[in-house]
Write a protein that binds this ligand. Structure first.
Ligand code: ADP
Ligand code: MG
Ligand code: MG
Ligand code: MG
Ligand code: MG
Length: 442
């Protein structure tokens, strides 16, 4: 039964609803709607001028309406009089084809038609910086190998605890929090869920983390490589596929024999084909999973001060080994280590399904499993494709991958490539210090 939002407001003391949608670049946009106006907005949506956001719309387009999905409602735990709602973008009674949440909805339906229900978990790493955003917030966080640093995580206990308490309250089943591999970097983990639920939680987690950090006088960033020389912000995705959605899920159709660590990897035939699709489309899907200029400072990066980047360089897969693009940590799931903190929560999941379905349909072979340290011995793997070296290469790879473009939707792909090419052009027109240093005295 659909949740009546006016009733929800009356029952829970909600004064304002935040009707929120995510644009192509991953920015969350919202209108604050007083509870007394929510009944109409629940039906018709809140109006936006699409051109004012990254959606490839013109100023002449009619109003875009963000129609809230009432099942996504979350009262802000740090401000319970406000409730957040993920919304679907609609124009003249039709879904806006390129809007990220619509792209994901369509792919979820396509997978369901084949009896596949994807569940995912994400690891959204972040840094806590000073409010200006140019250095880490904790001057004592200087260890050469800062991962799991007990003292440093306790110096940010108030922030980490507050976010984790909220996740507990929301029923997300958070289970661990730690200091990550870069100075100033943290990770907080909660349970995997149906793919749309994870995408909504991922969006909300970013909003919540930034809000709580601001409250404590810090700035949280998910930027892929915010500090030169330190490990970047990954956003690994763990993927399994089930026979039914939600609580009805009984059989993990990805689960096969074996441990995933030694011997036979723990993926079923369909699991291997899904993985085959990810491998086949990897360099193109990087345009979505690694969507910014800065993303390419994290992958293919020189060794960081901690000793390893923990990010992949090649399109290779393995068992429980963190030096490849895909790791199969145990039976029935795999981890895509490519995505970074700039990945759009909806497009990230959409492109995983698009590539995976293509793999299942074409019975794609993921290729040989490699059980080596890719950082130390990568040169020994002959023929392993390298990941794109920059955003433009990734966009070109995406443009060349007709199958992936079609699976993501032609309207989406056209809009995305156009907006991202414009962004690339704006980047290359920018004058950098590097150019001056390398060219001034030529
Ligand atoms: P690691 O750092 O070892 O890669 P984490 O514990 O940080 O792993 O994150 C693992 C993520 O994978 C969590 O979100 C977890 O809920 C999720 N996960 C675990 N099992 C599955 C599964 N079968 N399908 C999808 N996601 C899963
Ligand atoms: Mg106005
Ligand atoms: Mg982790
Ligand atoms: Mg991590
Ligand atoms: Mg991981």
């Amino acid at each position: 039964m659909t949740q009546d939002l006016a009733e929800f407001a009356a029952k829970n003391g909600v004064k304002y609803f935040m009707i929120s949608f995510t644009d192509l670049f991953g920015y969350q946009r919202a209108k604050l709607v007083p509870a007394q106006a929510i009944a109409d907005m629940q039906k018709d949506g809140a109006g936006f001028a699409g051109f004012a956001t990254w959606l490839d719309l013109t100023p002449a387009h009619p109003d875009m309406l963000a129609v809230p999905d009432p099942s996504s409602v979350i009262q802000l735990p740090w401000k319970p009089e406000v409730a957040w709602l993920a919304s679907n973008c609609v124009m003249e009674d039709a879904p806006v084809a390129q809007a990220p949440r619509n792209v994901l909805s369509r792919l979820i339906d396509e997978a369901a038609e084949e009896g596949l229900h994807v569940k995912t978990g994400v690891e959204a790493e972040f840094f806590l910086l000073t409010p200006e955003g140019d250095e880490i917030s904790d001057p004592f966080d200087t260890a050469a190998k800062p991962c799991y640093d007990q003292q440093a995580v306790m110096r940010r206990y108030e922030v980490v605890r507050e976010i984790c308490d909220y996740m507990l309250e929301l029923g997300w089943n958070p289970y661990q929090n730690d200091h990550e591999d870069a100075n100033g970097q943290f990770e907080m983990n909660w349970d995997f869920d149906d793919v749309m639920k994870t995408a909504d939680k991922h969006s909300f987690f970013k909003f919540m983390t930034k809000s709580v950090a601001e409250k404590h006088g810090f700035r949280a960033t998910f930027m892929p490589k915010p500090i030169e020389g330190l490990t970047g912000n990954g956003c690994h995705a763990h993927i399994s596929v089930w026979d039914e959605p939600g609580d009805k899920a009984k059989t993990n159709v990805f689960a096969g024999e074996g441990e995933g660590q030694t011997g036979e990897v723990g993926l079923s035939e369909r699991g291997k084909h899904f993985l085959g699709g990810i491998m086949k489309h990897a360099s193109a899907l990087a345009a979505i999973t690694n969507p910014t200029v800065n993303s390419y400072k994290r992958i293919n990066a020189p060794r960081t001060t901690s000793g390893a980047t923990w990010a992949p360089n090649t399109v290779t897969w393995t068992g429980n080994n963190r030096t490849h693009m895909v790791r199969v940590p145990g039976p029935g799931r795999f981890e895509l280590r490519l995505p970074d903190g700039a990945a759009n929560p909806y497009l990230l999941q959409a492109v995983i399904i698009a590539a995976g379905l293509s793999g299942i349909r074409s019975k794609a072979d993921p290729g040989k499993r490699h059980d080596i340290d890719m950082y130390a011995e990568g040169h020994k793997v002959r023929g392993a494709p390298k990941l794109p070296l920059n955003m433009l290469d990734a966009l070109r790879d995406y443009d060349r991958d007709k199958e992936l473009k079609a699976a993501m939707g032609e309207d989406f792909s056209r809009a995305y490539l156009k907006m991202k090419r414009e962004e690339w052009n704006s980047f290359v027109q920018h004058f950098s210090r590097w150019e001056r240093e390398h060219t001034l005295d030529i």
